[in-house]
Design a protein. Structure first.
Lengths: 208, 208
DNA sequence: CTCCTCCTCAACCTTTCGATGGACCTTGGT
DNA sequence: ACCAAGGTCCATCGAAAGGTTGAGGAGGAG
């Protein structure tokens, strides 16, 4: 038999992570060599163990999954990382793949698919389920928010008025209104409350 | 050795559920007798297997966890159910305990605590971590939204204007404004967008 | 019965939003 | 060098939202 696949698991919910470990240990050619509960620790442990495949959730303490992927890949460009998350919205999928993830799995999938994906990614392939790929395509076709618009959107979600946004970005309220207008049309909604909820739904911003 | 504790797991994410099963199987006096991926199935399987302890997530397809708990407890008042979730906000904790849950655990806790909780609840005790209990106390002290206010809040989160809300509830816009005003002061916010985001954060309503 | 809460509605006023049109500037392609 | 495009910026105006006060009816608790 070939060498086992050495796996690192990055997941902030202890019970879930321990469950994943137990699940993967039931497969003879998998061995979990490291576990991390947050992004910073993930980067450290990757350096130390250099696992064959890394399973990474995106919502993490201290450093989010996307940033952790980026840092790991900048040190180890061949790192094979699979995102394993509970669908955080189109935007997160896109950013994770941009950062260098080779696979993107949803926790709702079957354990078998997880095993397959680990083997596939370990063999140098990538693994994007069609359901995820479709969302990605949708994101591509849709309009992309500019940096400034994203700034404004983030402040809207936090409950700021246009005046407050203007103050925080040191621009006039009129300018904020322009950005808000562009946001609304790009997001396909008609007011800021809808903008906030769809931004959360699509994962463009998060509540912390 | 005593009889093993017969456990049912209700969790919509397959991978997480299978991980939990694998984790619990590592303990000799636990045996997982049923698994459900949604609330309806949970009620069916409880009838069929009548497990000693049920681990239940709250965010489920077809029937949410709170409703499933209520139905199970109406048929089996002695059912011992532990909520195992990723903190959905104060409101869900309250509703789950109201519905008859004996324990409320967060997925971020250690596996040991899960095992302890299962044994404690099986022995007829209850298990509410202090972190959860504090939030519960906070909820108690805070003002409680009326039914109508909750209706309005739900429609606000969906992005409806006051006029649209009035139409959908078949009341006048003036009345809607009254409810909105009461909502804002009860939630301690100053506009509807903040109301929407804090409602999501506190788990009073959910995005689907 | 009476008190209290909730739901309902109205009038009035102030502030905020959203829509529109146009300015300047940088960037990349011709 | 040019100009086309997109991003950021700003002003004005009508519409919507929020604040305030007041008030009537229905239903439950004491």
């Amino acid at each position: 038999m070939a060498d086992p696949i050495r796996i690192m698991i990055v997941e902030d919910h202890n019970i879930v992570r321990q469950g994943l470990v137990a699940l993967l240990q039931t497969v003879s050619d998998f061995v979990v060599v490291a576990e991390a509960a947050d992004g910073r620790r993930a980067v450290e442990l990757f350096r130390e163990h250099q696992p064959d495949v890394t399973l990474m959730d995106l919502r993490l303490q201290k450093m989010n999954g996307v940033e952790a992927i980026g840092r790991i890949r900048s040190d180890f460009p061949l790192a094979r990382i699979i995102v394993l998350t509970t669908f955080d919205g189109d935007e997160d999928i896109y950013r994770a793949l941009q950062a260098g993830a080779r696979g993107y799995l949803l926790k709702g999938m079957e354990g078998d698919e997880l095993m397959d994906a680990i083997r596939a990614v370990h063999a140098g392939k990538s693994r994007i389920p069609s359901a995820v790929a479709e969302r990605l395509a949708g994101r591509m076709s849709g309009p992309v928010l500019t940096d400034r618009e994203t700034d404004v959107l983030r402040l809207i979600v936090k409950g700021n008025s246009n005046k407050e946004i203007a103050s925080k970005l040191t621009i006039t309220e009129a300018t904020v209104k322009t950005h808000v207008n562009n946001l609304l049309s790009k997001l396909g909604v008609s007011d800021r409350t809808q903008a906030a909820t769809t931004a959360l739904q699509r994962g463009i911003v998060h509540l912390d």
